[in-house]
Design a protein. Structure first.
Length: 294
């Protein structure tokens, strides 16, 4: 449904005129020393749960819910998030995002983010699960102040068939553009096309089946942080016999990019959460993240 009316606390919708299955718009500002939603709107197959605070900092946590249970062919979703000056937002999902077979048209999700001076956004969703024949395309556009802080992560997981074999989805594209002070600083374009063979066959993602990515953009991050995080990530990847193929690099943003390949969601999550906890501690002296989902 197109958005045809104004919402208090929100500007014009970036999705005006679009036929969306689900739309979510959220503005968070700093009020009386903590993050508060000053504008909020949702319709269709996207909802947001009431806010809560995971620690004694000013950071507010919101959880996105898809009551429909999954994404279907032809669905289009729009998410807009604005974090204003000196406000902090942790955004997550209630459960995994499931993309089912899309025989006639792909699924598309657009996310538009704006971060003011001193603003913090941590986007830590549950995994994205693509089932047989799924074609999912996600486009994220972020415009941030040079003194803002951004953290995004995604884990891509193949669905399982009833006989225990991995489903072969058609493609997943995750394209993220990060602009700092109006200048494009990071372009991350992840495109996974399994091809005709199943995910448990040879030569697909170096025999790995799960993909994890993390982007952290913050003016305080430098090469020393990359070296510390690389040592931490490899140590966690080696604990408990986990098999995770890793890559960490310094972004020109400045910031840090992490790529992880594995054969299990749990192994990738362990590495990414270790990196997230380290960044929270070093950048903002926050405690380890505990989403406490039911």
């Amino acid at each position: 449904m197109p958005t045809a009316f104004s919402v208090p606390g929100l500007g014009p919708s970036p999705f005006a005129g679009e036929k969306l299955v689900g739309e979510l718009r959220l503005t968070v500002a700093n009020r009386a020393g903590r993050g508060i939603a000053t504008g909020q709107y949702h319709q269709g197959a996207l909802r947001i749960l009431r806010p809560h605070y995971l620690d004694d900092t000013a950071q507010v946590c919101y959880t996105i819910v898809n009551p429909g249970g999954g994404y279907l062919g032809g669905d289009r979703y729009g998410i807009e998030v604005e974090v204003r000056e000196n406000a902090s937002l942790l955004l997550t999902t209630q459960s995994a995002t499931k993309v089912y077979k899309t025989p006639d048209c792909h699924v598309r999700q657009d996310m538009v983010v704006r971060l003011g001076a001193g603003a913090v956004l941590e986007y830590v969703p549950d995994q994205l699960i693509a089932y047989r024949g799924a074609d999912y395309r996600q486009y994220t556009r972020i415009d941030m102040h040079p003194e803002a802080s951004l953290l995004l992560c995604e884990v891509l997981t193949p669905g399982w068939s009833p006989d225990g074999k991995l489903f072969r989805y058609d493609q997943v594209r995750l394209r993220t553009e990060v602009s700092v002070d109006g200048r494009l600083a990071v372009l991350d374009n992840l495109l996974v096309r399994p091809g005709e063979d199943s995910l448990d066959s040879l030569l697909f993602l170096q025999d790995y089946t799960h993909v994890g990515m993390l982007l952290a953009v913050d003016a305080r991050l430098g090469q020393a942080d990359v070296e510390r995080l690389r040592e931490l990530a490899y140590r966690v990847a080696g604990d408990g016999g986990r098999h995770v193929h890793l890559g960490l690099s310094l972004l020109p943003g400045p910031g840090v990019a992490v790529r992880a390949l594995s054969n299990s969601t749990e192994s990738i999550n362990a590495v990414l959460m270790a990196v997230i906890d380290d960044l929270r501690h070093h950048l903002r002296d926050q405690k380890p993240l505990n989403l406490r989902k039911q």
